[in-house]
Design a protein around this ligand. Structure first.
Ligand code: SIN
Length: 491
């Protein structure tokens, strides 16, 4: 393999996919190039899977299911704990792998490894507490129970923005519940998933329990269609765009699979007159610029009430203007490259459209060609309004469109005026307002005076067209379980 990426554990840089406990090439030998978004140069390659590979993965997962589900939860928990330990032991290598293929600064890459491991640890601990119910029978001579069982083979289809964490928070609960998994990581970031799978194998996950196939954008439909059509795949867990989520929901209807869909967002971030403005700026910086804004829960629309608008914008512009943009390898970088040219083109289109409709660029607003092909300057736009593309679509980049508002009723209506409902944030101190807003905002997650919401202990997921199902917390485990009612009579 032609790569300039050197890891302490060189064998974590895999060039094969994992099916039935064997590291294999694609059935027809085709390869998928992996590109460094900082330079657009190819630095590795992985198999470009075919339908035959996808079928082999399901065969393996199906064959491994009876033994894995029968293993006492305590033993599954021990394996997951070892996986957690290995992730943390190799945090540096994994962080560098994430940063190289995804572009986020190294500190964030390493942070993501710890974040991913936190899900593995959480579900390891939770797996021994999958209790059913003993139901008091309404008639004599009967005993009634509700048993919790693993759903079966799970297909996990994961995005590029958090190549480790999104895999961990699907695979860890699936394995904890006793399910087996076929996984397809995003075409941009296959290497991290293969390294995670190698460590899972090392931790003792048996052959066939976890299968990872890697496929290009072009071949992904071929792979996923196999899983959609196969009735042995009982659940799909997907993180990605709403159009793809809708396609998966329609296409899995024939086999009535269980679905967890974590889809697009359009998060409002609201700063009220009674807010602590400095805290609101800090919260926005944390929420917005994590992974350069390429995060589903990233604030997409910022609303500042008239009384604090100018002070808020001034402080925000100063902070955003000072953000250091650069490659992941530069320890000072706070914002890395965007994932690819398509992502940059969308951000540029949003800025151009906003300006054409009356927005003003306070900071940034342009591509940073001198750094490389995929860099975009962190940007603050003022006078944003709901007609602009950046207010209606998820930008997935480092731009902050700010809209001035007057009343609480007006901003709640604006915040909810979207088909999406993943995350929302607001800064306020009036306790009555806080509870009104917490109840009125139509999102699955609400941050109150807090910009960093994600936690393995909390249920993560959306409402409306941001999807359904939850990841993390006990709810995230329940999504991989089904309930069986057992009734014994003649007692
Ligand atoms: C996502 O962008 O889908 C997940 C972000 C998070 O875990 O906070």
């Amino acid at each position: 393999m032609n790569t300039s990426l050197t890891l302490q554990r060189g064998d974590l840089l895999r060039d094969a996919q994992l099916i039935a406990g064997a590291w294999r090439a694609a059935a027809d030998g085709r390869r998928l190039d992996v590109t460094d978004p900082a330079t657009d140069t190819v630095f590795a390659s992985v198999p470009d899977a075919t339908a035959a590979d996808a079928r082999a993965a399901v065969e393996a997962a199906h064959a491994a299911f009876p033994a894995w589900r029968a293993l006492p939860a305590k033993q599954r928990a021990s394996i997951l704990k070892r996986w957690n330990d290995l992730l943390l032991a190799h945090q540096d290598d994994l962080g560098r792998l994430i940063s190289r293929e995804q572009g986020k600064p190294l500190a964030e890459g390493k942070g993501e490894v710890a974040y991913a491991a936190s899900y593995v640890e959480w579900f390891a601990e939770e797996s021994v507490r999958v209790n059913g119910d003993v139901i008091p029978a309404p008639v004599p001579g009967r005993r009634m129970f509700a048993l919790k069982e693993p759903v079966g083979v799970v297909a996990a289809i994961t995005p590029w923005n958090f190549p480790a964490a999104m895999i961990a928070r699907k695979i860890a609960p699936a394995l904890a519940a006793g399910c087996t998994v076929v996984c397809k990581p995003a075409e941009d970031t296959p290497l991290t998933s293969l390294a995670l799978a190698a460590l899972a194998e090392e931790a003792g996950v048996p052959a066939g329990v976890l299968n990872v196939v890697t496929a290009s954008r072009e071949r992904t439909p071929e792979v996923v269609d196999v899983w959609l059509a196969d009735s042995r795949v009982r659940k799909i867990s997907f993180t990605g765009s709403t159009p793809v989520g809708k396609h998966l929901a329609r296409a899995s209807a024939d086999t009535l699979k269980k679905l967890s869909l974590e889809l697009g967002g359009n998060a409002p971030f609201i700063v009220f007159d009674d807010a602590d403005v400095d805290a609101a700026v800090e919260g926005l910086m944390a929420a917005k610029f994590r992974n350069g804004g390429q995060t589903c829960v990233s604030p997409n629309r910022v609303y500042a009430q008239a009384g604090v608008h100018d002070a808020f914008v001034e402080k925000l512009a100063a902070r955003v203007g000072a953000l250091k943009v650069g490659p992941a390898t530069d320890p000072a970088s706070r914002i890395g490259p965007m994932i690819n040219a398509r992502a940059v083109a969308k951000i540029e289109r949003h800025v151009r459209d906003a300006v054409a409709r009356g927005a003003e660029v306070r900071v940034g607003g342009r591509q940073l060609d001198a750094l490389g092909p995929n860099y975009f300057a962190p940007t603050v736009l003022i006078h944003a309004d709901k007609t602009m593309e950046c207010s209606c679509e998820e930008t997935f980049g480092p731009i902050v469109p700010v809209t001035r508002f007057e009343t609480e009723a007006e901003v709640v209506a604006a915040a909810n005026d979207t088909p999406f409902g993943l995350a929302s944030y607001f800064y306020a101190t009036d306790v009555r307002r806080i509870w009104r807003l917490a109840e009125q905002l139509e999102t699955g997650l609400v941050g109150i005076n807090e910009g960093a919401l994600a936690s393995e202990a909390a249920p993560f997921g959306g409402v409306k067209e941001s999807g359904y199902g939850r990841e993390g917390s006990v709810h995230g485990l329940d999504d991989y379980l089904q309930t069986k009612y057992v009734c014994q009579g003649q007692l």
